[in-house]
Design a protein around this ligand. Structure first.
Ligand SMILES: [Zn+2]
Length: 146
């Protein structure tokens, strides 16, 4: 038994999870050996896997799953990747979440990239020769009024 783990991710609560063979496991506890025990995320399931410290491979499995495997349709890793590759889809999803009031607009705003900050234009004092030299040439309405 030597299953490689390549898609470890963290839940919002900071628990590490991974998928293997279409089953999802979340961090359960640390064993005396330093290895980690992960349990199936299905609460009614007793399936457990022991993984090495760095969570790169499954060392041991215990108990069979008593439910269907996850399909690709509810694979969070797939979904995450899809959203990362299609930012406009993520934006649309966020907008939808605001519309149906799952996420409030203020929270949604903090998830977006801040507006691109443009540095203010350089101020040249009136005394500078450059400005005074060019002012008479400009034909803006304001200048005409004066
Ligand atoms: Zn299970």
């Amino acid at each position: 038994m030597d299953i490689q783990i390549s898609n470890v991710f963290e839940t919002r609560r900071g628990k590490r999870c991974f998928n293997t063979g279409n089953y999802k496991y979340s961090e359960f506890r640390v064993l005396k050996s330093g290895d980690l025990l992960f349990r199936c995320t299905n609460k009614k399931c007793t399936s457990r896997v022991t993984v090495n410290k760095s969570i790169t491979r499954v060392i041991n499995t215990s108990n069979e799953h008593n439910h269907e495997a996850h399909t690709d349709q509810n694979n969070p890793v797939e979904t995450r990747n899809m959203l990362l590759q299609n930012p406009q889809l993520g934006y649309a999803l966020l907008q939808a979440l605001v519309r149906i009031k799952i996420v409030d607009p203020e929270t949604a705003r903090t998830m977006l990239h801040p507006a691109h900050k443009v540095p203010p234009p350089l101020r040249i004092s009136n005394a500078t020769a450059t400005t005074s030299r060019f002012q008479p040439i400009s034909q803006t309405p304001n200048n005409g009024m004066q």
